[in-house]
Design a protein around this ligand. Structure first.
Ligand SMILES: CC(C)(COP(=O)(O)OP(=O)(O)OC[C@H]1O[C@@H](n2cnc3c(N)ncnc32)[C@H](O)[C@@H]1OP(=O)(O)O)[C@@H](O)C(=O)NCCC(=O)NCCS
Length: 173
């Protein structure tokens, strides 16, 4: 049985492998730079220290099938009720429900954490991810032509947003 849990540092090699596989082979991560265990550890510590989640779905042997996280959408404080998320499932485990478990958990955490909007930046050619987000209620909120470059091509960015609650105003500080 697949199960969801918070990631620990013991999961970093598996998270790194999934991340670097996407760097090597997919348009989903707009970078040509393979990461190291150290840079992934820094990323994870930064997220956790700031109170943001890093979660994994693992199989019955506790092998990591995918991971998800969110962090600040943009650094300025006026964006503090908005998060930018990511979900990645190992190529060998895709289409078996791990992504749905991760996405549902990220939405739940963001909602209970008091955030108001989640935004995902998706490669326009990634129709699987666009449909996947739409199924959770995300709406396309902008398409930026040719803002990315990878594998010798320009890439278009689709931003998809989910409003998490119906508060009319942000809370007073
Ligand atoms: C997009 C992604 C996170 C979805 O996770 P997943 O575990 O593969 O998806 P699930 O098994 O939970 O399926 C969710 C839905 O996605 C769709 N889907 C998943 N894999 C698919 C595939 N290979 N082809 C077509 N549709 C697919 C299905 O419609 C499914 O919905 P359904 O079960 O109601 O039919 C995952 O495929 C992935 O990591 N892809 C590569 C990296 C990436 O694109 N990440 C997102 C960047 S924005």
């Amino acid at each position: 049985m697949m199960h969801l849990r918070n990631a620990t540092e013991a999961d970093l090699p598996a998270i790194l492998e999934i991340h670097n596989d996407a760097v090597r082979n997919l348009d989903a991560i707009w970078s040509d730079k393979l990461e190291s265990l150290d840079t992934r550890r820094d990323w994870m510590r930064e997220r956790l220290d700031a109170g943001f989640p890093v979660i994994v779905v693992a199989d019955e042997d506790n092998g990591v099938l995918g991971f998800g996280s969110y962090g600040p959408y943009r650094p300025k404080d006026g964006y503090r009720f908005t998060v930018d998320h990511s979900v990645y499932v190992a190529a060998s485990a895709q289409g078996r429900g791990a992504g749905k478990i991760l996405m549902a958990a990220l939405i739940e955490r963001a909602r209970t954490g008091g955030f108001h909007v989640m935004v995902g930046g998706i490669d326009a050619g990634n129709t699987v991810s666009i449909k996947f987000h739409a199924a959770f209620g995300f709406k396309e909120a902008g398409r930026l032509p040719q803002v990315g470059a990878k594998f010798g091509r320009w890439l278009d960015l689709v931003q998809m947003a989910l409003v998490l609650d119906d508060r009319e105003r942000p809370p007073a500080n």
